[in-house]
Design a protein around this ligand. Structure first.
Ligand code: UDP
Length: 383
């Protein structure tokens, strides 16, 4: 059979490999000049440093299958994401942990004392938080919320935290010990030669032809089935409107030596226009000493326009209504499946993206072995 995979990111690569392994022909298209989607990495020509071109990506997972899978295609070096934050002219550590609490309030509390102290700050009248702000007030109280979350979130989402869903904050832990690991997953790492090499290795199998710099819209070939990992609203030519995304602008800074002494520095104050500065040689500590220069990116978030790269799906009420309509339109389609971050309009970490693509691959393999080939339009419910 002849398959098309639209988009050369993680979802597309995993699916394309499965199809090729089953002995089928795959045309993969991507309008960019490289594979890897938004986790693309490349060596910066001026400094030699491996740069995460579309923002930093740190791989973390609790899923044994996903961890084993990615390691077949690259050497993952141990890496622990430890984030620093500038708040009101002081440096703090994130996620909020015992050091953050003690430094911020000028105290020397132990875990139990700090737990009681934060409980005394928390708003217990909020039973079921309906917004980001309510979730924060219930979890950490007003001072920490205003210092670390309100300004940053306004900049990141361009929306008042009273309007944002509580789920965004639930991504972050609150700790009453000195553990400053940003993630709670048992496996965490960054590939030694970058993510693009990992994706290239996934795709390095007979049967896959990659067309770079090529849009799906410009193709006229016939396929038995299309796996579409592009934006779902774009598939339909934005016929009933555009789903809202946040996009990022990166301001490049190159200098001799070091800039900030760490990989990620968040700027939580509302009056500083960027959300964070990332210093990319710190994402590869095993080779950091090789570089005389350093390269950093200031990250600015804004609403995505028609020609901008979509990063974060906004998913507020209006978007959900529009998404529902696109989902209904998609369910009418024949021989196409939508998957991945853009195909299902969901914020997905890399490990979840791969887990879902592996789950889809299981279904694809079963279907290819059965007498009647048939696949769902969605492998997971995009709602
Ligand atoms: N956040 C914040 N201050 C910070 C870091 C995060 O207010 O210093 C909020 C912000 O709204 C962000 C959310 O917490 O979107 C989730 O943070 P995470 O680090 O998971 O952000 P992402 O991976 O989406 O960039």
């Amino acid at each position: 059979m002849r398959f098309c995979v639209v988009g050369a990111g993680l979802s597309g690569a995993v699916i394309a490999r499965t199809l090729a392994q089953c002995g089928h022909q795959v045309i993969m298209v991507d309008e960019r000049s490289h594979v890897g989607g938004n986790c693309h990495t490349e060596r910066d020509p001026e400094t030699g440093i491996m740069v995460h071109r579309y923002g930093p990506h740190i791989f973390h997972t609790a899923d044994e299958r996903v961890w084993q899978y990615v390691q077949r295609f690259g050497t993952f070096r141990p890496y622990t994401n430890r984030v620093k934050a500038v708040v009101g002219g002081h440096i703090h550590v994130l996620p909020v942990n015992l050091l953050t609490i003690n430094q911020f309030f000028g105290k020397t509390m132990g875990p139990q004392e700090a737990r009681e102290f934060i409980a005394s700050k928390a708003d217990h009248s909020i039973a079921q938080p309906r917004s980001f702000e309510e979730q924060a007030l219930k979890m950490i109280g007003p001072e920490l919320y205003r210092a670390f979350f309100r300004g940053y979130t306004l900049k990141q989402w361009g929306i008042d935290p009273t309007e944002l869903p509580a789920s965004i904050l639930k991504r972050l832990p609150l700790r009453f010990d000195y553990d400053d690991n940003y993630f709670s997953h048992p496996y965490q790492g960054i590939p030694e030669e970058g993510y693009t090499e990992v994706v290239q290795n996934i795709l390095n199998i007979d049967g896959i032809k990659i067309r770079r710099n090529c849009s799906f819209e410009s193709m006229s070939d016939a396929f038995d089935h299309v796996f579409y990992t592009g934006a779902i609203d774009r598939y339909f030519g934005f016929r009933i409107g555009r789903l809202a995304y946040r996009t990022l602008d990166f301001e490049r800074v190159v200098m001799d030596g070091d800039f900030q002494g760490t990989a990620v520095m968040n700027y939580c104050d509302e009056d500083i226009p960027y959300t964070r500065i990332t210093e990319h040689k710190y994402f590869s500590p095993w080779e950091r000493g090789n570089f005389a220069k350093t390269i950093c990116f200031r990250e600015y978030s804004r609403s995505a326009g028609g020609n901008d790269i979509p990063y974060y799906p906004v998913r507020l009420v209006n978007d959900r209504v529009l998404l529902d309509n696109y989902i209904s339109m998609a369910r009418e389609q024949k021989n196409v499946s939508f998957l991945g971050r853009l195909g299902t309009y969901r914020y997905l970490d890399m490990d979840v993206t791969i887990r879902e693509a592996l789950h889809a691959s299981d279904m694809i393999e079963r279907s290819l072995q059965s007498s009647s080939f048939s696949l769902p339009v969605f492998f997971v419910d995009p709602n």
